[in-house]
Design a protein around this ligand. Sequence first.
Ligand SMILES: Cc1cc2nc3c(=O)[nH]c(=O)nc-3n(C[C@H](O)[C@H](O)[C@H](O)COP(=O)(O)OP(=O)(O)OC[C@H]3O[C@@H](n4cnc5c(N)ncnc54)[C@H](O)[C@@H]3O)c2cc1C
Length: 390
Amino acid sequence: MPTEVIRVVIVGCGVVGAAIAYELSQITGLAITVVDRQPPAQAATGAALGVLMGVVSQKTKGRAWNLRQSSLRRYQQWIPALEALTGQRVPVNHQGILLLGFEADLSKWDALIATRREQGWRLERWTPEQVGDRCPQLSLNGITAGIYSPQDCQIDPTALTHALVAGAAKRGVQFDFFSPVESLEFANTAELADATQQRCVGVRTVQGDRLLADWVVIASGLGTTPLLDSLPPPKIDIRPVLGQAMRVKLAKPMGDRTFQPVITGDDIHIVPLGDGEYWIGATVEFPEDEPSTSLGHGNTPEAIAAHPAALEKVWQGAIALCPALTEAEVLHTWSGLRPRPAHRPAPVLERLATCPNLILATGHYRNGVLLAPATAEWVKEEISGAIGSL
Ligand SMILES: Cc1cc2nc3c(=O)[nH]c(=O)nc-3n(C[C@H](O)[C@H](O)[C@H](O)COP(=O)(O)OP(=O)(O)OC[C@H]3O[C@@H](n4cnc5c(N)ncnc54)[C@H](O)[C@@H]3O)c2cc1C
């Protein structure tokens, strides 16, 4: 191990950047700075519902499943450790996810249940009658089964990100908010064997500050593509997919007060928050659906408009699942932009061949909260592996 301090700059303090900072803060000898143009947990993270569709997802092998299962396991350790370290509460709903099936052929669910059993995870298939018994708030109209996933959970993404920031700060990580990174700085160095390679030596902020680094981690979601513009192809093209959601309130919680899982059906999540309040969401709106709002070069993601009709469709879908929601008061609605990599699977976890000390941990699309711990673990392994081999 080298004895000098190794400087790491992380660009972006959504749930992914905060998770990376927290994880890296466990390695001694790193001087870590997180830079963001906003305070933590804004952008996509500030809009997310925090539903962790891991065991219940149809991903059963390869990277997609490995990241999911590793995140679920890691969260079990992270949450109590974070709460103890920071004294901050991170609300987690441990009552699982109940996914409603509407298809006549349930064989894909039976196959998934069998696979999960072999992998050491639990999933249960409930009849519509069992669904009605456990969750009497549900209309059973068209429901052919309930797939109950007791080991999946839901986490408040904003509280989580703030706790990760507080935990990382306690372990010495520096945070530099309201500092937009304008560009990355590169140098060709003799130490690199390949002449086509370059080194990222740091970042420059809009204010003109230079932050020098031995490692730069890009966790900037939709801010990624412009930052990497000067690099040779292939381009990393992260595009926005808009999501709208709402918070509603009933006089009392629906169904059995002691059993309040996340309910998901027809890609609509009903997330219990306690005291009769629920998050309902989210729409999935591609800019391609509306050519005039698509992101051209230089446009800002904020230019994408939310369509009220899309949110109304989700709301009516939620009422069809839980008719008691007709009585609910809508407290507020919001929208956010999911960072989705074009022409490749999410997320982008990559160390660039042309710039080996630049790590991309971005483009988590619909699952950034779910995949944050596994992403952080991967970044930690990349850096600690390289440091170890120096
Ligand atoms: C409505 C909605 C619901 C969702 N629900 C879920 C869910 O239930 N479960 C789930 O797992 N995921 C969900 N997601 C997806 C999830 O929100 C994202 O995948 C996740 O938040 C991505 O995190 P991130 O940290 O990579 O990006 P972000 O949260 O977008 O953070 C990126 C950060 O980078 C900063 N940044 C960008 N460019 C620069 C720059 N040049 N200089 C300085 N800072 C910069 C930004 O200010 C921002 O703070 C949802 C998303 C939406 C919109």
